[in-house]
Write a protein that binds this ligand. Sequence first.
Ligand code: GDP
Ligand code: IMO
Ligand code: MG
Length: 430
Amino acid sequence: MINNVVIIGSQWGDEGKGKIVDILTEKADMVVRFQGGNNAGHTLVVGGETYALHLVPSGILHPGKKGLIAGGVVVDPDVLLEEMDKLQARGVAVAPDNLMLSERAHIIMPYHRLLDQAREGRRGEERLGTTGRGIGPAYEDKAARVGLRLGDLRDLVFFRDQAARALTEKNHLLSGLYGLPPLTLEDLAARAEVWSRRLAPYLGDTWLAIQAALARGEKLLFEGAQAVQLDLDHGSYPYVTSSNPLAGSVAVGAGLAPRLIGGVLALVKAYSTRVGAGPFPTEQDNDLGLELRRKGAEFGTTTGRPRRCGWLDAVVVRHSVKLCGADHLAITKLDVLAGLPELKIATHYLLDGEKIDFFPADIRAAERCRPVYETLPGFEGDLSRARKMADLPAAARRYLDRLSELCGAPPAFISVGPGREETITLHDYF
Ligand code: GDP
Ligand code: IMO
Ligand code: MG
């Protein structure tokens, strides 16, 4: 019997983590975000209503469950407050008894956002395609030990002092290098006052709350954001995010000792998508890609950008399953593939004529990888009413079997639509 599960994306993000976390929350007590920030966009469809969450853990829609934003997350307080207000306006309770923020979490300051966007603008064609939310610059300052943390909002005199020091350097960059108007200390101090007044009641040391919950025998979910291919160390650098979305990151970001990790569930979209630049060996920059985008509504939850689409890449998923020790897969968006005459899965690559079965560290090599496909028969029909495997067409079951075999883990969930109930459950985690 396990008491916690880490949920991670195995491709390039947007695999449907929010939906699966929402389903698992029914039996859990606490949901913890442990890395990333509001670059994430997790969509939940409950009772026909759609919720897009960027920072607040996806368990929030279940009354009585606790959401934690742990120390490894970077938090834009303006975005967080807006999200909390929107949820409250829709009747979702958000209060210190169901949401806790780590005092160790670093703040995304307005200058981080501006620098992210200015740098991307300067790179032009060479841009990384970031979400422009200030994620990279905030993590840079954390590593450089000049960041401001949510806990610093408890002492506004100290906060102002630190912000003044930061502004000296940031304004130099903003106006000197990028020709933008400088930010004023008064503006930052005024914002900090609002942030402090509204967020201070939510602050705490989240790792202690996690320890206490484990001691009480509660069940925890760790909600990963982004995905292994966007991992700062293990993804296609530099086309990555600035945090570590792989499962092991929960040890640092949330403060959970590695040997206490109970289970790891890897999310796999039944095909591939990527938003932003970088290598994507199975990309279909053609009519098929457009069809997948249309049928799968593949537009970014955070930025609205069209997602690049392609065939499932078992090399990528296998890589993630191994790196994260995933025990099960949650395979999503199977319904989107219905109607295609045949389906392809990349089993390995040819790199300069040589067969390889891993994603190369060097992106120039990754760009030269030619996927080798296995072709399977397609299936038809509306899958969204399937609730058990027997409800699926035989060819869909065959596709799932082959996918699991190639990716190296059995499925726990098959998702056949965006709604909570549009799911086949094969393995109950709790
Ligand atoms: P996340 O970032 O991993 O949480 O995923 P996103 O929410 O960014 O993107 C997944 C999108 O697919 C959302 O719009 C979901 O509502 C939707 N979705 C999730 N599962 C399914 C599914 O099985 N079928 C279909 N058609 N849509 C799904
Ligand atoms: P969820 O949690 C998909 C991508 C961006 C860009 C790269 C770096 O919804 O799966 P950043 O703003 O993080 O510096 O951008 O990472 N990216 C995501 N792509 N889903 C996400 O989150 C993403 N978060 C960041 O598009 O390519
Ligand atoms: Mg998303």
